[in-house]
Ligand binder design. Structure first.
Ligand SMILES: [Zn+2]
Ligand SMILES: [Zn+2]
Length: 160
């Protein structure tokens, strides 16, 4: 029996660009990389990834900024909402990583990791126990589970 997954829908703030995804996401990750943070103006960006053939857009065409060769960062030309990272997903083929808060129901997509953890803003961390990767998730070493300040740094506490 084939598992049925309800389609997920989303779009930009003004509603000019809309999208729908079918099937399962291949991964939901908090990305701390400099480029994602810059594109969104946010301290961290949470992404849900889909293969290109799982995605349908409607409404206005999205606009693109090419942040590096072969990588498009899409946004709505009317309201400026950053929508996606789009590029080559290796074995997955062409992929789109959607910014989680553009989904109509982001609660349904639960993150499982942190990517590019060393690039994070130093004052920003989250009190979860998810693995922190050096690069983009499984393609790179795990640095720790949980916030960085749960490690040996506790030894630096002043004595009572
Ligand atoms: Zn818009
Ligand atoms: Zn990133």
């Amino acid at each position: 029996m084939v598992e049925e997954t309800a389609p997920m829908s989303g779009g930009c703030m003004c509603g000019a660009v809309r999208y729908e995804t079918t099937g399962e996401t291949f991964g939901v990750t908090h990305c701390h990389c400099h480029s994602c943070r810059k594109h969104n103006g946010a301290p961290v960006v949470t992404l849900a990834g889909y293969k290109a053939d799982q995605v349908t857009f409607s409404g206005d065409q999205r606009s693109f900024y090419e942040s590096s060769p072969g990588v498009g960062r899409a946004f709505c030309a009317t309201c400026g909402t950053p929508l996606t990272w789009e590029g080559d997903g290796g074995d997955l083929g062409p992929i789109l990583e959607f910014h989680i808060s553009t989904f109509d129901n982001p609660d349904a997509l639960v993150p499982s990791s942190h990517a590019f953890y060393p690039e994070r803003i130093q004052w920003f961390d989250v009190d979860d126990s998810l693995p922190r990767y050096e690069g983009f998730s499984e393609d790179s070493p795990i640095l720790c589970h949980g916030p960085a300040d749960h490690g040996p740094a506790d030894q630096d506490s002043p004595p009572d």
